[in-house]
Ligand binder design. Structure first.
Ligand SMILES: Cc1ncc(COP(=O)(O)O)c(C=O)c1O
Length: 417
């Protein structure tokens, strides 16, 4: 018999295993100061490419003013209770109407957190007779929602329509017997690679197969499409996507989320979504703050234009300098390098301490051994000078990586001592 506490400290998990060397620097770093491209890390200003503050709304003066006034007026408690019991309000319903209209759907409901919301939506929408078909590179919230499913689930290879069709055929055979339905799930924008989900391709399969399509557009909302309504708008398939989800944690620079779709389905979710029925409703400052953010997204198209100016300069500049940025077609900018995990820590340390550039880093086991991905998130509030400085620094660190400079111990010791 094992003691649960002893067991978990013996195996801290793939990321927790590095707690001693990494905590506080590579993991759980503290970025201080006002949110934006320049923040303080370890007491010194860094050029920051690590926040999903795509439109720069986190520190927008009108947003800050609305947030502060709403907090002063309502506090963080109001309204108390779950929406269904005692926590509903006119602004909550207004925000739902405005979000639905913005993404081109009939109705929407607010979710306190995106992660929990997606898990709960999947849980509510399917029963053991139904089959889930989902993209293999789906975000953890989709994976965890699928885990709750008591029926069959089939993964298709990332964005591979042949594989998706094969899984739809398997699913169709099963539901013909069980009397269930098929729920297909993918993302609008994949947050690591920057790939768009092949929404058009999946929608085209609706001609041959009977299924409902749910997309997580966390990174597409505000960044993609003519009006910023997201990846469905970008690919011209809004009407064929049955349910659209997004979080407020990225372009909206806040907390909260929503799902939008046809009214009868949203009414079903209102009365069956366990993550909302059994949880306190979103505090009023977050609701009024979200209304303000949405208003700015709708009325200030220059926010998205500025974002894309930076995205294009950064991605074209990196490509021109010979960097592999994968297959991104969105603001998410991965820079793929070859190196070991140890080299990645030395390189990150050099980039942070000597070039004063802070970005996220992804290594094995999240990606295959031998690869290092530096993930840059351009925003509307970066400048072209920031881009230029970053590309110059990246050229230098790549030269050092290729020359084996990071293949030594001493740099990282200095980082963590
Ligand atoms: C694709 C995707 N879905 C869902 C979430 C979860 O959203 P939240 O932060 O609101 O829980 C995230 C991360 O924020 C995400 O990247």
């Amino acid at each position: 018999m094992a003691d649960i506490f002893e067991k978990v400290v013996r195996n801290m998990g793939p990321l927790g295993a590095h707690i001693k060397e990494a905590h506080g620097y590579f993991t759980f770093p503290k970025l201080e100061g006002e949110i934006g491209p320049r923040m303080i890390f370890n007491g010194k200003e860094k050029l920051n490419w690590s926040l999903n503050n795509y439109l720069g709304l986190a520190n927008h003066p009108e947003v800050r003013k609305t947030d502060a006034e709403a907090a002063a007026k309502y506090g963080m408690g109001y309204p108390m209770g779950a929406r269904m019991m005692s926590g509903n309000s006119n602004p909550h319903e207004q925000l739902e109407r405005e979000l639905a209209a913005f993404v081109g759907k009939e109705d929407a409901i607010l979710l306190n957190f995106g992660y929990q919301g997606v898990v709960s939506i999947i849980d509510a929408m399917v029963d053991r007779h139904d089959v889930i078909v989902y993209d293999a590179e789906s975000h953890a919230c989709i994976v965890d929602g699928v885990r709750l499913h008591a029926g069959h689930r089939f993964q298709f290879k990332h964005n591979d329509m042949e594989s998706c069709e094969k899984q739809l055929q398997r699913a169709t055979r099963l539901v013909e017997k069980s009397g269930g339905g098929i729920f297909v799930i993918t993302e609008g924008v994949f947050g690591m690679s920057g790939n768009q989900g092949n929404l058009k391709g999946i929608v085209a399969l609706k001609d041959k197969y009977n299924f409902r399509l749910f997309i997580d557009d966390a990174h597409g909302f505000g960044t993609m499409g003519k009006t910023g309504a997201g990846t469905a708008e970008e690919q011209g398939v809004t009407d064929q996507i049955d349910l659209i989800f997004s979080t407020f944690a990225k372009s909206m620079a806040s907390i909260g989320a929503f799902v939008a779709g046809p009214k009868p389905i949203l009414d079903f979710l209102r009365y069956n979504l366990r993550s909302q029925i059994y949880a306190k409703s979103l505090p009023m400052p977050l609701v009024l703050g979200a209304l303000k953010r949405l208003d700015l997204i709708r009325t200030q198209p220059e926010l998205k234009e500025n974002l894309w100016t930076i995205v294009n300069a950064l991605q074209n500049g990196l490509k021109a300098a010979g960097f592999n940025i994968g297959t991104t077609s969105t603001p998410v900018t991965p820079v793929v390098l070859n190196g070991t995990v140890a080299e990645s820590t030395h390189l990150t340390f050099d980039l942070r301490e000597n070039y004063d550039i802070f970005c996220s880093i992804v290594v094995y086991p999240v990606i295959p051994k031998g690869l290092i991905i530096l993930r840059l998130i351009p925003t509307a509030v970066h400048t072209l000078a920031d881009v230029e400085r970053t590309i110059k620094a990246f050229k230098e660190i790549k030269e050092k990586l290729d020359a084996g400079v990071y293949n030594q111990e001493k740099l990282v010791n200095a980082a963590t001592n």
